[in-house]
Design a protein around this ligand. Structure first.
Ligand code: BGC
Length: 802
């Protein structure tokens, strides 16, 4: 279709209207004049809301393992296969763009949305994301790579300012996006809610134009996260293509006025509208390829993928379970399995088995006790007493009985919309485990669920731990596959599990009730921090056990100076077939500038039969020896000696060799400039604000310090409302509305918590956008006037008709 011709047929008003969506999920079609495009969430399944329903109910779809699980497969083919399977369902439902995948870096294990993101490491996230985008687009469905960028927390996600120094930004927070844009060419990028170094992501020219388009050559569309496009004129000028969802004329009118006032030109409007036509509306004119989907086959894919994702964290010999074992399953999560997270990624699954059924189906003798309830973290109940009495009464504790204890984070603890407060598991799960341990000496295997690291100090009570993550709808089948030994565990941790929260890199700066979010730990995310500063962890990045064992030998480093190739032999020395994930870390010698002691630059998953040896070749990433140099704002190769370390986790290095790399010297001595970055391992050491400001290279923002007269629509609804009597009264009404919306939901339902947080923490302008304009415009403006101490004007605003 000739987009230019179509453009010519549109009026100025229509062109402006085209710049934001129609309803929640579509592009504008002017009553059938042009085609409409539908988008749906993503990322680990299709969440297409049913047309014509007021609830957000979605059509049934397969739920695959979430991103944190997928990344732990360390197998990009899993991400490809999953995206391909989702594409089939999208195609059948005539959805053109699936909103995914999410590649934000896990800055803290507490981010409520970590389950939707791949890793703490940008290289791993980049590889997984590249495969996902290709898997979707190769099957004719568009993608939206999200959330661009610096959106590593849920707290105040719509209003806070992520302050990230340029080096950390380029090397850590943008790196996965860059890899994926260059290698997989996503259809669209979704600009996030937050501000990044001052400007909102949707209005951030440095991000959307200088870096994304000019440096990386991105040629697709940038869409806003839902309700994220505040200050629409600035957004459009910064490089936004399409605002989502429908702004109900609110922004269209603002753009029209800006045009009439000469703030934007007709030429600009033509370019913007043409972009929407070319890059979204007419991009995929092809027929939808798949008309039917075999849900059983889809479930098998979900199961096979999860089989590769689960991580065996501990095994003192109890696993795999012998065929004649009698299994005592304890914990409600054996029955109501937790397999996905809450929020926009929540899938309405067609079917789901539980572990009681799947273990029985494998031929085991199974006895089940609920033990605790997930919906409430209440103290020991009758159920608990039932469990302990049963165990006490077991006449002879023979070696045929094994306890499988199902435990993990609950929906209430972990979801989109809010962050966790600590790493703890619900207290009732831990106290029940302790009670069990008191009354029996039977072996206990913990089967854990959750989308982010939790406190594993209970490890001392158990003999084995199998971590399933949030493993998708087939998780119960995978539990049976892996515990029975039908499948040998091969997942490896894509995120470090710390010993305690206080040890985590952003602990001192994360989760504050503040608009100003300082990423003071800079490039030291995840294992980069623990390794560089010798902080002990519970389970390191890349770690995971197998039922077999592997041996590494004969390391050589070939290739050329630009792209070294690491070669070695890998042998399966045990008696089970299985897969090993070999990881290559590049370790620079100690230097006088801020630098991590180890960085993942390559990995490979290899399947081996018992006794088999394979020769492995891993080509190093072209950025392996590069650092972003803030003097000239380009990546530079830094010369010197480097250790190339091959391991089965970041801690367990099997082979290594030193090589000399020719390159430049870093341009400044940072040991003198930023001493605290070299001394982070000293317990309690905090990066001084002034020192971070120096590294950041500009003045830190003080959005918290805004006073009456300076408040604007970009501030949190709750925060603004608190500042006036009128606001407080409105807040009471809002609370009532939230109550009404949550009718029927229990006190500890995560949807209730998300509803409240989202409404409280939405900016006034986003509130207008998401609630469809109307009276919200009037109310938001009045709230703002009242907070700015213009009470009279606030009253007049409320009384005014429009
Ligand atoms: C989320 C996005 C999601 C969108 C549409 C937003 O609140 O941040 O990830 O794609 O809603 O549901």
């Amino acid at each position: 279709m000739d987009s230019l011709k179509i453009l010519e047929s549109l009026t100025i008003d229509e062109k402006l209207r085209l710049l934001n969506g129609e309803g929640a999920w579509h592009t504008e079609d002017f009553g059938g004049k042009i085609p409409t495009v539908m988008m749906s969430d993503g990322p680990h399944g299709l969440r297409k809301e049913k047309a014509g329903t007021s609830s957000n109910e979605a059509v049934p779809a397969t739920c695959f393992p979430t991103a944190s699980a997928i990344a732990s497969s360390f197998n990009p083919d899993c991400a490809y296969e999953m995206a391909e399977a989702i594409a089939k369902e999208a195609s059948k439902e005539e959805v053109s763009i699936v909103l995914g995948c999410g590649v934000n870096i896990k800055r803290s294990p507490l981010c409520g949305r970590n389950f939707e993101y791949f890793s703490e490491d940008p290289y791993l996230a980049g590889k997984m994301g590249t495969a996902y985008i290709k898997g979707m687009q190769d099957n004719g469905i568009g993608t939206s790579l999200k959330h661009f960028a610096g959106n590593s927390q849920e707290k105040r996600r719509m209003t806070s300012n992520s302050e990230i120094d340029e080096r950390a930004l380029r090397e850590i927070y943008l790196r996965a996006f860059e890899m994926i844009v260059k290698d997989a060419h996503p259809t669209t990028i979704m600009a996030s809610y937050n501000r990044l170094n001052g400007d909102f992501a949707c209005a951030n020219k440095h991000l959307l134009t200088d870096i994304l388009r000019n440096e990386w050559g991105f040629d697709g569309a940038v869409i806003s996260d839902w309700g994220a496009a505040v200050d629409i004129v600035k957004c459009m000028k910064a490089g936004l293509t399409l605002e989502m969802p429908d702004s109900q004329m609110y922004h269209t009118n603002i753009l029209k006025k800006a045009y009439e006032d000469g703030e934007i030109t007709e030429e600009e409007i033509n370019t913007w509208a043409l972009n929407v036509l070319e890059k979204i509306v007419y991009l995929n004119e092809k027929e939808f390829k798949y008309k039917e989907v075999d849900f059983e086959a889809q479930n098998d894919i979900a199961r096979r993928i999860e089989d590769e994702c689960a991580v065996l964290l501990k095994n003192n010999g109890v696993l795999p379970l012998k065929k004649d074992y009698s299994l005592i399953l304890i914990g409600e999560m054996a029955e109501k399995m937790r397999f996905q997270g809450g929020g926009s990624s929540h899938i309405n699954v067609p079917e789901q088995k539980n572990a009681i059924e799947t273990l029985k189906a494998k031929g085991f003798d199974v006895t089940y006790f609920k033990g605790y309830t997930s919906s409430k973290d209440v103290e020991l109940t009758e159920e608990t007493i039932k469990v302990t009495n049963y165990l006490k009464d077991l006449k002879k504790e023979n070696d045929k009985n094994v306890i499988l204890y199902f435990m993990g984070l609950t929906d209430y603890i972990e979801s989109e919309g809010f962050d966790r407060e600590d790493l703890l598991l619900p207290a009732n799960q831990i106290s029940l485990l302790k009670e069990i341990k008191k009354v029996t000496s039977l072996p206990i295997v913990a089967v854990t669920f959750g989308g982010a690291p939790m406190d594993y100090s209970f490890e001392k009570y158990v003999d084995g731990i199998l971590h399933m993550h949030l493993g998708g709808q087939a998780v119960a089948e995978s539990v049976a596959d892996l515990l029975s030994g039908a499948v040998n565990p091969s997942g490896r941790l894509s995120e470090t599990i710390p010993l305690k929260l206080e040890d985590t890199p952003a602990y001192r700066y994360f989760g504050k009730d503040s608009y100003d979010v300082e990423y003071r730990e800079s490039i030291f995310t995840g294992y980069r921090y623990y390794e560089t500063f010798d902080i002990p962890v519970k389970y390191p990045f890349g770690y995971g056990l197998s039922y077999t064992s592997f041996e590494y030998s004969n390391l050589t480093i070939g290739g050329d100076a630009e792209c070294p190739v690491v070669e070695f032999d890998l042998t399966n020395t045990g008696s089970y077939a299985g897969a090993e994930v070999s990881q290559v870390y590049v370790c620079p010698s100690k230097q006088d500038f801020i630098r991590a002691s180890k960085e993942l630059r390559g990995f490979e998953k290899t399947y081996l039969s018992p006794g088999e040896t394979k020769h492995i070749k891993i080509e190093l990433d072209d950025r392996s020896f590069f650092v972003f140099s803030t003097d000239t704002n380009v990546f530079k190769k830094i010369g010197g000696s480097y250790k190339i370390a091959v391991g089965s986790s970041v801690k367990d290095i099997k082979l290594s060799k030193i090589i000399e790399v020719l390159g430049e010297k870093y341009y400044r001595n940072e040991r003198e400039l930023f001493p605290s970055y070299f001394a982070l391992q000293d317990k309690g050491m905090e990066i001084d604000k002034k020192e971070f400001e120096k590294l950041y290279g500009r003045k830190l923002s003080d959005l918290d310090g805004r006073k009456a007269g300076e408040y604007d629509l970009t501030m949190e609804t709750h925060d603004i409302a608190k500042k006036s009597l009128f606001g407080k009264a409105v807040l009471k009404k809002i609370d009532k509305q939230i109550e009404k919306r949550c009718e029927g939901l229990s006190e500890d339902d995560s949807a209730r918590k998300m509803n409240k947080t989202v409404i409280y923490e939405t900016s006034l302008e986003s509130m207008i956008l998401l609630s469809g304009g109307g009276d919200t415009v009037k109310l938001s403006e009045a709230l703002l006037l009242a907070a700015n101490k213009n009470t009279g004007k606030a009253i007049a605003r409320v009384l005014k008709k429009k």
